[in-house]
Design a protein around this ligand. Structure first.
Ligand code: XUL
Ligand code: CO
Length: 437
C-alpha cells in the first residue's frame, strides 16, 4: 500500500542540499562524541498529532487533507491508519513512535468493548513494528478527553473516575509492555483545578500519589521494565496543573516516596507556559537525575498557549543538546515530536517537511553543542567563575566543615568579602554566536 506515493525515503544529502525532502544535518550513522546521531536522538513521531490531528482549533473544524481517512472512527479505519503511519515513519527514517490508547483505537460503549478494540489494533501495531523495526518509545493513556474525566482522573472528586482511569492505565501498561515499549508517560491533562473554591487540594494530591503507587505496583506485577515518566505542564486545560514544572514534580515525587520510580518527560512548550526556558527545565531535571526524555516542540510567544509547533530554532536545540550531552544522553528516553503542523499546512507532504525540519534542527544543534563542548571555553569559564569554592573557605563550606560561628570568625578577621568578578554575559553570548557561524 503506497499512501505517500510521491515521496521516497528521506535521505541525508548534506548542508548544501536544496532538496526540501532531504536531511541537511540529520545523518543517522554520523558519529558525534562517540555515538551515532540515531542513538543520540532516538527520534519519535507522536501518533496523536500526525495521525489524529485534523487541524481543528477553537475557531473552526478540521481542514487537513488526509486521503486515507474514510470519515469513520471504526476499528477498520484505525487499522488502515496504522499502515499509513508506519509507511510515513519508514520513509522518514524515525526509529520510534508514541501513542495514547485512544489515538490508536476507538473507545467502545463499555470498558470491555474498548479494550477489545485496542487489542485488535495492537495486533496490527505489533505486526508493523516487526515488519519495519520501528519501536515504541512510550505508550500512555488518554485520561482527559472523555467527559468522565471532566473533574480529572486520579484527582477527580468522583471515585469512579479514579477507578476507570486505573483500569485504563492497567490496560495501557499491558499493551505498552506487549509492544516492547521502553517508557510509559503520565501527563496529567486534567489533574489540577479550575478554582480552589470547589477543590480539596491536599486530598487530590494524595490521590494522585496513590494512583502513581498503584501504577508502580502493577508495573512490577507484570514485569514491565520500561521507564515511568511524568510530563510536567503548568496549565491548559486546567488553570493549575499539579505537575506544574520539573521542580514541582521533583518535590511531589520526593514527598510521596516515588522519586526512584519516575523520571520526567520535559516538553519545550510546557516549559515556556510555566515561565521557564526549555533549557532551564532540562537543567533542573538533569541536576536531580530526573531527565528521562523530551517532547520536542516550541510555542509562540505572541500567542501564549500550547501551540505545539515543530522546533526549528537552533538556539533552542543547541541548548537542549548541551544539557543532554552533559548528562550522557537520554536513553531509554528519546526526542519525541509532540508537535503538529499548522492548520494551513494541510497536505500530507507537510507532515514530512515538519519532521524533517525538527530532526535537522536537532542534528544541527547537536553539532553546535558538540563544538562548544570540544572547545571547552564555556566550560572553563564556568569552572573559573566558581573557583572560590575549590579551596579555602568555599571548600570548607561545601565539605560541611564551616558553620555560622566559623564563617563569622572568618569574616571578622577578613573584614569584607573578596571583590566580585564580571559574569561577562555579553561576551559569552557573543562567544556562543561564533559557533553558529
Ligand atoms: C499535552 C501533551 C500530551 C502528552 C501526552 O500538552 O503534551 O500530548 O505529551 O499525553
Ligand atoms: Co507532550
Amino acid at each position: 500500500m503506497a499512501l505517500f506515493p510521491d515521496i521516497s525515503t528521506i535521505r541525508y544529502e548534506g548542508p548544501k542540499s536544496t532538496n526540501p525532502l532531504s536531511f541537511r544535518h540529520y545523518n543517522p550513522d554520523e558519529v558525534i562524541e562517540g555515538k551515532s546521531m540515531r542513538d543520540h536522538f532516538r527520534f519519535s513521531v507522536a501518533y496523536w498529532h500526525s495521525f489524529r490531528g485534523t487541524g481543528s482549533d477553537p475557531f473552526g473544524p478540521g481542514c487537513a487533507h488526509r486521503p486515507w481517512e474514510d470519515g469513520t472512527d471504526s476499528v477498520e479505519m484505525a487499522i488502515k491508519r496504522v499502515r499509513v503511519a508506519f509507511e510515513f515513519m519508514e520513509k522518514l527514517g524515525v526509529p520510534f513512535y508514541c501513542f495514547h490508547d485512544r489515538d490508536v483505537a476507538p473507545e467502545g460503549k463499555t470498558l470491555a468493548e474498548t479494550n477489545a478494540n485496542l487489542d485488535r489494533v495492537v495486533a496490527v501495531l505489533k505486526e508493523e513494528q516487526q515488519r519495519t523495526g520501528i519501536k515504541l518509545l512510550w505508550g500512555t493513556a488518554n485520561l482527559f478527553s472523555n467527559a468522565r474525566y471532566m473533574h480529572g482522573a486520579a484527582t477527580s472528586c468522583n471515585a469512579d473516575a479514579f477507578a476507570f482511569a486505573a483500569a485504563q492505565v492497567k490496560k495501557a501498561l499491558e499493551v505498552t509492555h506487549e509492544l516492547g515499549g521502553v517508557n510509559y508517560v503520565f501527563w496529567g491533562g486534567r489533574e489540577g483545578y479550575s478554582n480552589l473554591w470547589n477543590t480539596d487540594l491536599k486530598r487530590e494530591l494524595d490521590h494522585l500519589a496513590r494512583f502513581f503507587h498503584l501504577a508502580v505496583d502493577y508495573k512490577k506485577q507484570i514485569g514491565f521494565t520500561g521507564q515511568f515518566l511524568i510530563e510536567p505542564k503548568p496549565k491548559e486545560p486546567t488553570v493549575h496543573q499539579y505537575d506544574f514544572d520539573a521542580a514541582a514534580c521533583a518535590a511531589f515525587l520526593r514527598t510521596y516516596g516515588l522519586i526512584n520510580d519516575f523520571k520526567l518527560n520535559i516538553e519545550a512548550n510546557h516549559a515556556t507556559l510555566a515561565g521557564h526556558t526549555m533549557m532551564h527545565e532540562l537543567a533542573y531535571a538533569s541536576a536531580y537525575g530526573l531527565l528521562g526524555s523530551i517532547d520536542a516542540n516550541r510555542g509562540d510567544l505572541l500567542l501564549g498557549w500550547d501551540t505545539d509547533q515543530f522546533p526549528t530554532d537552533l538556539y533552542l536545540t543547541t541548548g537542549c543538546m548541551l544539557v543532554i550531552l552533559g548528562q550522557g544522553g537520554l536513553a531509554p528516553g528519546g526526542v519525541n515530536f509532540d508537535a503538529k503542523v499548522r492548520r494551513e499546512s494541510f497536505e500530507p507532504v507537510d507532515l514530512f517537511h515538519a519532521h524533517i525540519g525538527g530532526m535537522d534542527a536537532f542534528a544541527h544543534g547537536l553539532k553546535i553543542a558538540a563544538r562548544i563542548r570540544a572547545d571547552g571555553v564555556l566550560r572553563d569559564f564556568v569552572k573559573q567563575r566558581y573557583q572560590s569554592w575549590d579551596g579555602g573557605i568555599g571548600q570548607q563550606i561545601e565539605q560541611g566543615k564551616a558553620g555560622f560561628v566559623e564563617l563569622e570568625k572568618y569574616m571578622l578577621e577578613k573584614g569584607n568579602a573578596a571583590p566580585n568578578v564580571s559574569g561577562r554575559q555579553e561576551m559569552l553570548e557573543n562567544l556562543i554566536n561564533r559557533y553558529f557561524g
